[in-house]
Structure formats: C-alpha cells, structure tokens
Design a protein around this ligand. Sequence first.
Ligand SMILES: *Cc1c(COP(=O)(O)O)cnc(C)c1O
Length: 374
Amino acid sequence: MSIDYQSLAVRGVQALSPYQPGKPIDELARELGLDPADIIKLASNENPLGPSEKALAAAREALSELCLYPDGNGFDLKQALAARFGVDMSQITLGNGSNDVLEVITRCFADVESEVVFSQYAFAVYPLVTQAIGAKGVPVPAKDWGHDLDAMAAAVTDRTKLVFVANPNNPTGTVHNAEAILAFLERIPERVVVVLDEAYCEYLQGEGYADGVELLSRFPNLIVCRTFSKAWGLAALRVGYSISSPEIADILNRVRQPFNVDTIALAAATAVLEDEAYVQRSRKVNVSGMAQLEAGFGELGLSFIPSAGNFIAVDVGDDAMGVYQSLLEQGVIVRPIAGYGMPRHLRVSIGLERENAKLLKALSNALGLSGQGA
Ligand SMILES: *Cc1c(COP(=O)(O)O)cnc(C)c1O
C-alpha cells in the first residue's frame, strides 16, 4: 500500500498553491522556439537597466571567496545600511530577498492560534506564508484597489499577531501617504506587529509619502522591509532586509538561517548602495516609462490603476488570459494576476523605451486593434 504523502503534509501546506513567478525568458524561448534575444520580460518588476557596474565589479571580486562561508552577520552591508538610514546596525535583519525576511517574521510572531491581517489584492507572499505556518489569514476587502487601512485596523482582534501593509502595494501599485500610514499605526495596539513592506519605496516621487524608517522611533511594533531586487537591480542575488527595534531584530535573528545572504550578494548590495547615480537612473527610466505606458494604454482605450511602483496593472477586458497568451507568442512576457482576484488585469513592469513600445504594439495586435491608426 502506498502512502499518500499529501495527507502527511501539515494542513496549511496541503491546501497551499505555490507562488507563481513570472515566466523566465529561456522557458518561453524553449516552449515557442523563439530566439531569447527577441523576447522581453516585463513580468517580475525587475530593473530594466541591467545591474549597476559597481555592483558587478564587487560581485566579481567576491568570487575569489567562494570556498568560504559568508559573513553570517553581514557586517559591511549592515554598516552601510545603518549609515544610510541613520539607524543602529542592531536594528537591521538581512534576508535572502525580503521574501525571506517576511517569512521569518511570520514564523517568529504567528502560529496556528494567530490571525494575520492583510489587504485583498496585497502581495501574494503574505497569505502564502500565513497559511504555510497554519495561522489564519484575514484578508480585508480593498478600497479602490488599495488597502482600506481603516477596515484593516478594525479587523484586528485579540488573536491578531501580525498586520502586513505593502506601501506601495504589488500588484496594484496603490500607495498611502504619510498621514494615512501614521493614522493607521496609531490605531494598531502595540502588541500587534505591523510589517510595512516598502519594496518600491525608492520609486516614490515627491513629498508626503510615508517613510517607514522615520516612524520606527514612535512605533516599537513596526518592522520596515525593503529590498535590493527592484530599484537597486539585484533581483537574482536575493538580498533584502528589515529595519526594526533591536529587540525585534534579535528575535528574527534567532530564526533566520545563519548564512541566509551569500558572499556575492553581500558584496554587490554593499557596493550598489554607493551607486546613487544608478538608483537615480532607475527612477528616471521608471517615470518616463510609466508615462509612455499610460499614454499608450490611453490610446488603446484601456483603463489602468495609477501606480507608484515600477509596474502597472492594466484592464485588458474579459479575456486577459487570451491577451497574455497572444503577448507570449509575440515575445512579450507580462504577468496575469487572476490569482490575485484580478482576472481582467495584466501587470506590466516598466521597461526601457523600446521594450514599452514593443509591449504596446503587441498589446494592440492582441486586442485586434492594429491598423486602426493612432
Ligand atoms: C518584489 C517584492 C518584494 C521583494 O522581493 P525580494 O524577495 O526582496 O526579491 C517584497 N514585497 C513586495 C510587495 C514585492 O513586490
């Protein structure tokens, strides 16, 4: 008699569907017999500029240390981050991507007795890690695609251990200003840990946006998570971090794997922090690419959700999967987000000018709009 291993997995895991990443370029090339060079990927909010030269040089130099374990304390990177943000090194927790930090936080503060609050349409990792540890996820209906912060505060119960807020949120691109975040934090009891996920904070332009790090001294229950995967252009290396009170960092440090960030990642991330020109270029390309896509969607008669991130969710109608498939066949990879409960939208990462143009052309073809002029 064979064993049903499904039934051996803990309950949360049995019912779990894996995170669906964007389709890799090589996979599409294999599937459709296309030349990888003819394919563009606007599916994972990656930086279209390619990596920073400074990061690349540091990564190359670090190769000579491959036989040694990494610095498990990440001293150089923590020191650079602490200097940049005016915090103490003891407040920083490094992760294998901020994904890793999000998971460690959940495992540290929630268990099968707990409730974890997050928004409808919020980043998929929050419900995923919540369910994996057997805690109860409490999704709160969104308002205008964004987090309904009042409703989220109201959803906190005696069992709530953790609240996740993505600001800006992925995949909707919605964002709350400093005032709204402050008012929200004031409503959350101090015994509830609030995770402010600021994976896209570097793209925020102008005044009035919340900076989680500035709020840490007022809210000891706050954890701010950030990443090197987006504006810093190091998605492949998997480096992220949180900034919190030293007490919370000490707790996270007990659970994280001792060598969760590798030597090359540490070196490249430390180096890229000195490449201010790179992150400024990232911002600039994002602003112009966002304008290009918004204008292009407008010409195609498509509505979209205004985004503060490096991506935009566009409503392509009832047959979003058909449009997605047609885009694939034209060598353009974007991200379907039906899994987020957004079956009419596709999420498009902001690319270089020619990539955005290719996407718009392919989208026009997919929608059967070509030849209509404009
Ligand atoms: C991309 C993203 C992350 C970061 O992922 P990494 O693991 O650091 O690559 C975290 N939160 C949100 C909302 C994201 O979109």
